[in-house]
Design a binder for this molecule. Structure first.
Ligand code: ADP
Ligand code: ADP
Length: 234
């Protein structure tokens, strides 16, 4: 089953009288449980594509279908609710709340989804243990390394078991060794929980961790290939 499918997506920005075509006419589908990477150089349209797929920006044309529902027609408010319930995000700069502990940060999506208060801490702790941070539960972001903060970010993205997880340059602020560890962990977690994971990166070394690599250039898809080396690690 397709978890997300985009059809003929076009995105044009108007700057004064100038037109910038950020996305040409892109179509793609990602199956449930697939771990997929969108690879492209700076300015190729990766962020725009991710933002359109996650409903953070509206396409100029085309449709986005998630779990069989055409979400393109959603209002801002409907999209915001849908995101809260169905989509997890992993960010380049982690986006953890600085005044909150690791457990509180991870528990946040559960609160948004209406999980009872007495259940949240237990679920957050379990997820922090899954990312090997069982000994950092009460640490705040400034008391953790970049790699540890990103592992908190991963735990937060997975805790509410969303339909889809988007990771935007998840290793962009990490050294290469830590970046590789974070990729290994993120991919292992997606397999363990059967999550659909879409990673956006400019780095071919990072893309290698995905089972499927979609390359874009100048707002168009130039290749879409399965990557048996990563798939074989299952
Ligand atoms: P990437 O993430 O691959 O670096 P982007 O999706 O950010 O690429 O950008 C793709 C193209 O769209 C670029 O030419 C960029 O300048 C343009 N673009 C992106 N966002 C905007 C915007 N808000 N207004 C105008 N042009 C934009
Ligand atoms: P990065 O760490 O990659 O710089 P950003 O902070 O720029 O990430 O966020 C990437 C995109 O995600 C932005 O368009 C931003 O508006 C959006 N975003 C940030 N936080 C959330 C959130 N909690 N839920 C949904 N979208 C978010």
């Amino acid at each position: 089953m397709d978890m997300i499918s985009i059809r003929d997506i076009r995105k044009v920005y108007h700057i004064g009288t100038e037109k910038v075509v950020a996305l040409g006419r892109i179509s793609l589908s990602v199956a449930q449980g697939e771990i997929c990477c969108i690879l492209g150089t700076s300015g190729s349209g990766k962020s725009t594509l991710l933002n359109v797929m996650a409903g953070l920006e509206r396409p100029s044309r085309g449709s986005v279908i998630i779990g069989g529902t055409d979400v393109t027609k959603y209002s801002e408010k409907q999209w915001a609710l849908f995101r809260q319930k169905n989509i997890g995000f992993i960010f380049q700069s982690y986006n953890l709340l600085p005044t909150m502990t690791a457990v509180e940060n991870v528990a946040l999506p559960l609160a948004f989804r209406g999980v009872a208060k007495e259940l949240r801490t237990g679920k957050a702790v379990k997820m922090l243990r899954a990312v090997r941070l069982g000994d950092r539960l009460l640490h705040r972001p400034t008391q953790m390394s970049g790699g540890q903060q990103q592992r908190v970010g991963i735990a937060r993205a997975f805790v509410a078991r969303p339909k889809l997880i988007f990771a935007d340059e998840p290793t962009g602020n990490l050294d290469s060794k830590t970046g590789q560890e974070v990729m290994d962990l993120m991919v292992a977690m997606a397999r363990k929980y059967g999550e659909t994971l879409i990673i956006v990166t400019h780095d071919p070394e990072i893309a290698k961790y995905a089972e499927r690599i979609i390359t874009i250039h100048d707002g168009c898809k130039v290749s879409d290939e399965s990557n048996p080396a990563a798939a074989g690690k299952k």
